[in-house]
Write a protein that binds this ligand. Sequence first.
Ligand code: PDD
Length: 282
Amino acid sequence: MPEPTVYLNGHYVNIADAKVSILDRGLLFGEAIYEVVRVHKGRLFRLDEHYRRMCCGLKAIRIRPPFTPRGYARIFEELTARNGVRCGYIYMQVTRGAAPERDHRLPQTPSPTVFAWARQTPMPGWVRFPNGVATVSVPDPRWQRCDIKTTMLLANTLAKQHAADAGAFEAIFVAEDGTVREGSSTSVFAVLNGVLRTHPANHRILPSITRTLVLEAAREAGIGHREEAFSYEEMLDAAEVFLASTTCDVCPIATIDGHKIGKGVPGPMTKKLLRLFAKKLG
Ligand code: PDD
């Protein structure tokens, strides 16, 4: 396998040659926004939506977006072509860049670091999880701006490792009041009384592109759906629960904390949405 070509600050270089300063504020303070964009059959999926979300995140942490929509798209297109990606993802990260000193105050003349990296995967998520996955629940210790796609992911990485230690695929964040929020790197949907439900897109969760897509598919297919939070108990009793994200698509859940969901196999609504989702991918 040849070494991947990555993008760093205007240059396409071998990954081993991509270097950033130890004073980069992404490294020192976690001041960075990222995106993960799907490549399907060599095409970038919903790039405009990723661009808009990234710009919202950058503005929220006071970084001026360092590209135009066209410049942004060109980086993704170049990386896809240069690395010959047919099925996979492009990761992009923008940090506030390096400043002369480690100072909590923001630099007067910031110079953002833009980094992007292509990753080939053997097959799309919807093929990888035919029988559903095991999940666990964890308390949600995160801050009040989970809508910002920042690289400050400590709570998420520890939650994911907690799941992995338990032999599970994903950890689901549950708030102190018992409300189900989202997975450590996924959105969560449940089928309750025949209605598709998911947490509203507010400051408590990431405005997931795949979540929007699932809701769009449900609307088009006339499937009853509501963006309304549900409790941990409701989730355990749900007929179906599934995860949604760029990297796992629509992924059925077989168990939560060892408790079987429905019959413990992908249910009819999940399967239908999976089909609709695959169609949208093209
Ligand atoms: N994670 N919720 C969280 C906390 C996430 O980190 C993600 C994505 C999602 C799903 O968002 P989308 O549909 O836009 O991929 C929901 C990415 C894939 C990651 O961190 O690798």
